[in-house]
Design a binder for this molecule. Structure first.
Ligand SMILES: Cc1cc2nc3c(=O)[nH]c(=O)nc-3n(C[C@H](O)[C@H](O)[C@H](O)COP(=O)(O)O)c2cc1C
Length: 715
């Protein structure tokens, strides 16, 4: 008998014309892929509270249109179930637009998913669905309550003749029927982790194409279950005597290119990314470049990184008494980092700072609940944490799933994050961001062109990822802001600062670096305005200084405001030809403000990965050293530092504190490890951006690994 082919074509933008898609929305946070699937679906069923999700979350994923326009365009085919969770105003909205509301509260024996599938089957003819061609995707069917998840898995068995796919919480599950099947995962997004689960009792199973294959092996509950397996081929062959369930990890985004990730330069133009093989090649090539960079940066004496364990970690605080850190640091020569530092209105107990790190996990701009754990894990008493960049207004966005500081839901979600940091004695500054021209009309209100100082597009191979289909596109020529818009953006920075303080933050850091709006005004290559915001250095600095003034008002005190610059940054633009004069002027002006600190990104290149500042003689061509002479307040530096170079920079008075980026992603207890001289975890670039807890809250603390425990025992 011919094998069954099980593939995930429905995930692809360009699935076959004959394919049909039905989407069932359950009452659980929509994954980002929902926007794409819902727009393609022939049938969209909302199971009870799933209608609230469609109503609330889909518009947030498509910020270029008004919420009601999105809702009108994606009306549900029907809303069904007990109808005890759907909100009355949501029901009324859809009812007024003729959406059938099906009250199934009399049926207490089946769950919403089962009712929804039954509805699809019963109404297939009405919607011209061919049941042998349709893929039914249940969003929110995995994750959340365990009993619901188990019923969802049971539904796969009940409807074994349908092509039913369960998605939720970064996972995908489908039935593998008894017999021989060829599973063809879409490897850009599915895997590498996968599993085969004998949900219907003992299963004699043989496989090919997995890391751990089986050869007529019996799987059963209470015995072997194939979990934490990995996809190693484009086609997985499975032969089994009863139905089993196949699960894969689902990484819904293509790779996203953000500041600070040089590997992105290796990604070829979007035109060649329209087929999946090219996309995979691009990912591999970016990955290789990343590996090469990592190798280039490794020093002979560098600590050997610990292997990473892909498991959830219990919430744990990296806090250790500052006294203990100081004592440990004295023994490892890093004591300069473990002395207190006053930065404006707050005092740090040590100088190992968590750099701002965008992680693209905030669907619809709202940080997910796991963000509380992420920041809490990295908190130390008196340690400064700078948040990932947060968008100040609806014109500020330019990357998928980045958090905002203007939506009420986002502000509510930030409160517990701040609380979690404060509970452990940490200090939290929120980074304020406007992408300017580094955006796309799909992010902008009414689909307008992004704003910039001048109508000059980003040069080079950079791509923007649309929030609508997660495909990469060329940056477009932006529109030059008029003076009214400049005023409005300055005001939105001020309001965002107010909002940050309202949710409990200790301060704010203005993002003036990495080629975003403020940097675009500063740089003469992106600012060719003829008015008082362009031309001379004084004019180009005007916007930044106006933002600083407004943000100081919004935050209530200059001592709670900082700003970040990258005078030598090559991301999204080449540095201003007058960079020394430009930043000397800026810092001289900022001296008058009494800011908390200035954050400067080190000059770095592949052949000069370490700090130019740490080169105390100052003989290297590009150096932050001249700015130290100009600015009288605290300076935080970031870029390519190790504990040793950071301590050296502070010891030599080249900087007051050092921010760490990538190592803070991989090493929640980084400050303590620096003090102890303990090795850091290796970071995994593939999970820097994207959904899910993996690579976010599952990096181990020192005592979580055998190597770490051995290290501690010997220390
Ligand atoms: C995943 C990732 C996300 C980043 N996001 C931001 C950001 O939101 N804002 C910002 O100013 N810099 C951002 N950066 C730059 C870092 O703050 C930092 O300057 C950079 O990683 C260099 O420091 P490192 O060598 O210690 O990693 C990001 C870097 C990475 C790797």
């Amino acid at each position: 008998m011919e094998p069954r082919i099980l593939c995930s074509r429905f995930l692809r933008h360009e699935s076959d014309p004959g394919d049909q898609l039905a989407v069932v929305l359950l009452n659980w946070t929509l994954p980002t892929i929902a926007a794409e699937l819902l727009q393609r679906a022939v049938v969209r069923l909302c199971a009870d509270g799933g209608a609230n999700r469609l109503f609330d979350e889909l518009p947030a994923m498509l910020p270029g249109e008004t919420p009601d326009a999105v809702r009108e365009r994606c009306l549900p085919t029907a809303i069904l179930g007990d109808l005890d969770s759907v909100r009355p105003e949501v029901l009324a909205f859809y009812q007024q637009r003729g959406v059938p509301i099906v009250d199934l509260s009399a049926d207490q024996d089946t769950m919403d998913l089962q009712k929804s599938i039954a509805y699809v089957v019963a109404h297939a003819a009405q919607h011209q669905l061919a049941l042998d061609r349709v893929t039914i995707v249940a969003l929110g069917a995995l994750g959340g309550r365990l009993d619901h998840t188990l019923v969802s898995l049971s539904t796969l068995h009940t409807h074994r003749d349908l092509n039913l796919i369960l998605i939720g919480d970064g996972n995908l599950a489908r039935l593998v029927p008894a017999g021989r099947s060829l599973i063809r995962p879409l490897r850009e997004v599915e895997g590498p982790t996968c599993g085969l689960v004998p949900t219907a009792g003992p299963a004699i199973t043989s496989t090919r194409g997995l890391r751990y294959n089986m050869d007529r092996t019996e799987m059963r509950y209470g015995g072997l279950v194939s979990s934490s397996n990995a996809i190693e081929a484009d086609e997985i062959e499975v032969e089994v005597d009863v139905d089993i369930v196949w699960t894969t990890q689902l990484q819904i985004h293509p790779p996203i290119i953000l500041a600070g990730v040089k590997a992105a330069a290796a990604v070829p133009p979007a035109a060649s990314l329209t087929n999946s093989r090219a996309l995979r090649r691009a990912m591999i090539s970016a990955h290789r470049t990343a590996q090469m960079m990592a190798q280039a940066q490794r020093r002979p004496h560098a600590a050997r990184p610990l292997p990473r364990r892909h498991r959830h970690r219990p919430v744990r605080c990296a806090a250790a008494a500052a006294d203990n850190l100081q004592a440990a640091a004295a023994a490892t020569g890093t004591e300069a980092l473990f002395k207190p530092l006053k930065i404006g209105d707050v005092t740090l107990e040590h100088r190992v700072v968590m750099a701002p790190l965008t992680r693209c996990r905030a669907i619809g701009g709202v940080p997910p609940p796991m963000t509380v754990e992420y920041y809490s894990q990295r908190t130390t008493r008196g340690g400064l944490i700078i948040s990932e960049a947060t968008c100040v207004s609806d014109t500020a966005l330019g990357y998928p799933c980045t958090p905002t500081l203007f939506q009420p839901e986002a502000l509510e979600a930030w409160r517990p994050v701040v609380q979690g940091i404060h509970d452990k004695g940490g200090i939290f500054f929120m980074q304020l961001w406007h992408c300017g021209r580094a955006s796309h009309p799909d992010y902008q209100p009414d689909g307008k062109l992004p704003m910039a100082p001048s109508a000059l597009r980003i040069e080079g191979d950079y791509k923007v990822v649309s929030p609508k289909d997660f495909q990469q596109y060329d940056y477009q020529v932006p529109r030059a802001m008029d003076k009214q818009e400049i005023k409005e953006v300055v005001q939105s920075f001020k309001q965002a600062a107010r909002n940050a303080m309202a949710v409990g933050a200790d301060g704010v850091e203005i993002h003036g670096a990495s080629g975003y709006l403020i940097n675009q005004f500063l740089n003469q290559l992106s600012n060719q305005r003829g008015d008082e915001y362009g031309g001379s250095i004084e004019n180009r600095a005007r916007f930044a200084l106006e933002v600083v003034e407004a943000v100081c008002e919004g935050a209530g005190s200059a001592g709670r405001v900082a700003i970040r610059f990258s005078p030598f940054g090559h991301y999204l633009m080449t540095p201003d030809p007058q960079t020394y004069s430009l930043y000397t002027y800026l810092l001289t002006e900022l001296n008058k403000c009494g800011l908390s600190y200035i954050h400067l990104v080190e000059p770095r290149s592949d052949d000069m990965p370490l700090s130019a500042l740490s080169n105390v003689s100052g003989s290297r061509p590009d150096s932050l050293a001249p700015f130290r002479q100009v600015f009288g307040g605290p300076i935080v530096v970031a870029g390519g530092h190790t504990g040793a170079t950071a301590a050296q920079a502070v010891q030599a008075d080249c900087a007051d504190a050092v921010a760490f980026g990538r190592y803070f992603i991989s090493t929640p207890d980084l400050a303590r490890r620096i003090a102890l001289g303990a090795p850091h975890n290796k970071y995994d670039r593939s999970t820097f951006y994207g959904q899910g807890p993996e690579g976010y809250i599952d990096y181990p603390f020192l005592e979580d690994t055998p190597e770490g425990r051995t290290y501690l025992a010997q220390a």
